[in-house]
Design a protein around this ligand. Structure first.
Ligand SMILES: Cc1cc2nc3c(=O)[nH]c(=O)nc-3n(C[C@H](O)[C@H](O)[C@H](O)COP(=O)(O)OP(=O)(O)OC[C@H]3O[C@@H](n4cnc5c(N)ncnc54)[C@H](O)[C@@H]3O)c2cc1C
Length: 405
């Protein structure tokens, strides 16, 4: 069976790595010219995503990943603060948590290596259709079409493949705009280093402002102690933060700014909304080149609304189907779990146990449940931010705080 994957992001590469390992013919097309051309933030993979990944990639790839990842179990309990830095409460003990945090660039690079020369970069797919025999094919504006037995759209939030299948967009803006950046722990004042500590945290403030501060230390907190295998982009304890605001005409203007100008404008917005004390130091001392703005898009939380097309030789996975805001830290994990589920179904087709349409149908049914579950969790965070869009904001965020990735 020949599979063409549109999109070599997290889900597409995870699927292709698994297909290649099981001797399927696979080709991945991605418009990016470089694998490292991807967000500079970190990805949390929970225990289920980690297990799915271990089914897709070879054990030596998994070892390199773990040697480059920060173990959640080595982190202190998460903390919740208000916008003035007052501690509101702590999250659960992470001692038994098998999840990991890994640089997005490291994860994508490792997956791309596992896919090898089956990944074709700089190739933008312009359309999906069928050849004269009814076989699915992908089209390009600058090259002949490529035909396959199965086409999988792993082309993210603005998926062309899912739009073709659904007859329209599969998600819409969630009403929140995010800004991410990286701040090495050593760049903070000793006092702020102590306050933040070796843990992730979330601060909630008035008028829909929130600041997630994620702690990543792939060296000191390595999930696997094998420095010779390490390939993390982050080489010391670092906070990777995400500042969030309700989207408006005024916040839209921020999206046109870059680097130091973006960081300064973001700090202004938060100060205008009453943030004070040490809480903004992590933003103020971020490497300006790391600061970026991104919009949150979300698909429906209802399983029945996801992948609303009849099962056939063109399907999709990951954000293309269930675009998930980062507020639960589960979008990439869900894409990897989709990839493992599709591989399992396709292996049954190859073994003669079932037909391709039946296998795709079963895969899509599982993906609807999975997508609905992660979207429901992620939208709790979005709703909390939008609910505090009042002058008073939150007084007791600890009681209602969303999951911290
Ligand atoms: C700041 C931030 C933090 C996040 N943190 C987490 C986290 O902690 N944990 C977590 O699980 N998730 C997290 N996420 C979400 C996660 O990044 C996504 O859910 C995940 O990347 C989805 O994977 P995907 O393969 O579906 O899409 P993507 O990884 O977005 O890949 C889509 C790919 O398709 C390519 N493409 C698109 N159109 C075309 C085309 N026409 N032709 C060819 N190629 C095309 C793109 O270049 C891209 O490489 C975060 C997201 C953000 C923005």
């Amino acid at each position: 069976m020949r599979v063409v994957v549109v999109g070599g992001g997290i889900g597409g590469l995870a699927l292709a790595a698994g297909l290649r390992r099981r001797s399927f013919g696979v080709t991945v097309f991605d418009r990016d010219r470089e694998v490292r051309a991807t967000g500079g933030y970190h990805i949390t993979l929970d225990g289920r995503a980690r297990t799915a990944l271990a089914e897709l990639v070879a054990p030596e790839v998994m070892e390199r990943l773990l040697a480059s990842a920060s173990a959640l179990r080595l982190r202190d309990r998460d903390a919740f603060w208000d916008h003035r830095g007052r501690l509101l409460g702590h999250g659960p003990d992470l001692g038994q948590d098998s999840g990991i945090d890994v640089d997005r660039i490291t994860l994508r690079t490792l997956l791309a290596e596992a896919v090898g020369d089956d990944l074709h970069l700089g190739r933008t797919v312009s359309g999906v259709g069928h050849d004269g025999h009814g076989a699915p094919q992908v089209r390009f504006t600058d090259a002949p079409p490529v035909t396959a037995d199965l086409v999988v759209g792993a082309d993210g939030v603005h998926s062309l493949v899912a739009r073709h299948l659904a007859g329209g967009p599969t998600n819409s803006p969630a009403g929140v705009i995010g800004f991410s950046g990286r701040t090495p722990l050593g760049d903070l004042s000793p006092r702020e280093q102590r306050r933040l500590g070796p843990r992730s945290g979330l601060a909630l403030g008035p008028r829909g402002t929130a600041l997630y501060v994620g702690f990543l230390d792939p060296v000191g907190n390595a999930a696997l102690d094998a420095p010779e295998l390490r390939m993390s982009v982050t080489t010391g304890p670092t906070y990777i933060w995400g500042a969030m605001l309700p989207e408006s005409v005024a916040t839209d203007a921020l999206r046109g700014l870059r680097a130091g100008a973006l960081r300064a404008a973001l700090l202004d917005r938060f100060r205008q909304r009453g943030w004070a004390g040490p809480t903004l130091e992590v933003v103020a001392r971020a490497d300006p080149r790391s600061v970026a703005a991104f919009r949150f898009n979300a698909a429906s939380t209802r399983a029945a609304d996801l992948a609303p097309w009849p099962a056939g030789p063109v399907t999709a996975l990951g954000d293309a189907v269930h675009a998930t805001p980062p507020t639960a830290g589960m979008g990439a994990g869900a894409a990897i779990r989709d990839a493992a589920a599709l591989l399992e179904q396709l292996s049954e087709v190859a073994g003669g146990v079932t037909t391709l349409p039946e296998a795709v149908g079963r895969f899509e049914a599982g993906m609807r449940r999975r997508g609905s579950e992660v979207l429901t969790l992620a939208m709790e965070g979005v709703r909390l931010i939008l609910a505090t869009d009042t002058a008073g904001g939150t007084g007791s965020a600890g009681d209602r705080a969303p999951r911290i990735p």
